[in-house]
Design a protein around this ligand. Structure first.
Ligand code: MEV
Length: 318
């Protein structure tokens, strides 16, 4: 029997522009997790149980491109295990799906680790990360690799995408762990609207293809915000992150990835005392985050609930 868990993640700054080579900052969110258990099975074939998404199926009934199927196949290929014995794989996740908290990447990372440990061949974090990146591509075409990186290392990261290699196999990217000089508090609120990252990433790509010169300037502005934010976090000037969040949200609005619900929550956070707020992740739904003084966290969270948030969580970045 083997069990592995992986945390959720939240992007603090730089989503979308990160797909185009600009840096982004992301941190793990340990209040939500994906758990995968792998046990021997007495059945003739491998069964996969994921009750949270009502999935109860045999491995062979999964479509060839299903991310769970490719996760299992790629780990077994990486470990030279073929054919693999019948298993029972149970997946639980408290990370809301399609909400910007990295649910897909967290399930992949936990599944890769649980299988590797079941076969008594634990993999180093960089190998887990590389396998998870290949699976991320099935979830959403041109991922930067930030989600699998922050989740594989479970540390705050400053991430820069690497260009894909000539064979088209993206290298993912480079995640540098960064120092948090002074802890700061965030309220994360879920619009409750599931919004697949693939769609918003695809729409930004259409905008970029139609006017590359314009969008490169916008992405450069995001890159400047991210560098300033990293500097503020490393020097303890965390109050200045609020204005940087507001500026990043405005650029995400220009990219058409905000939504009336996200804008309503951002406004509610600001009017109830947050120092700054922005959407986080793919956008169009999913989560937003607000920077708060610790004493204001509860009142900002309840203002967000009153403005329609389905759930909120308070987290301290340190
Ligand atoms: C998704 O969590 C973040 C995006 O920047 C997409 C990506 O980086 O792959 C929107």
């Amino acid at each position: 029997m083997s069990l592995a868990t992986a945390p959720g993640k939240i992007i603090l700054f730089g989503e979308h522009a990160v797909v185009y080579g600009r840096p982004a900052l992301a941190v793990p969110v340990t209040q939500v997790q994906a758990n995968v258990e792998v046990v021997d099975s007495a059945e003739a074939e491998t069964w996969i149980e994921a009750p949270d998404i009502s999935l109860h199926t045999t491995f062979s009934a999964l479509a060839p491109t299903h991310p769970l199927r490719s996760a299992i196949e790629s780990v077994c290929a990486a470990l030279n295990i073929a054919p693999f014995p019948p298993l029972r794989i149970t997946i639980h996740s408290s990370i809301p799906v399609a909400s910007g908290l990295g649910s897909g990447a967290a399930v992949s990372v936990a599944l890769i680790r649980a299988l590797a440990s079941y076969f008594q061949r634990p993999l180093p974090a960089d190998k887990v990360n590389a396998l998870a990146y290949e699976i991320e591509k099935l979830h959403h075409g041109t991922p930067s690799g930030i989600d699998n990186t922050v989740i594989s290392y479970a540390k705050p990261v400053y991430f820069v995408r690497q260009s894909p290699s000539p064979d088209g196999r993206g290298a993912g990217g480079e995640g540098q762990v960064f120092n948090v000089a002074r802890p700061f508090s965030l309220v994360i609120a879920d619009t409750g609207i599931a919004a697949p990252t693939k769609e918003s990433v695809g729409d930004v790509r259409k905008l970029w293809e139609a006017d590359k010169a314009h969008w490169e300037v916008v992405f450069d502005q995001v890159g400047e915000i991210v560098r300033a934010a990293k500097n503020a976090i490393e020097t303890g000037a965390t109050d200045s992150l609020g204005a940087l969040m507001d500026a990043n949200h405005a650029l995400l609005q220009q990219m058409t990835v905000s939504s009336p619900e996200l804008d309503r929550l951002v406004l509610a956070a600001k009017t109830s005392g947050a120092l700054g707020a922005k959407l986080s992740g793919g956008g169009r739904g999913g989560n937003m985050l607000a920077l708060v003084k610790p004493a204001a966290a509860d009142s900002v969270a309840s203002a967000l609930k009153s403005a329609g948030a389905k759930s909120t969580l308070i987290t301290i970045i340190q």
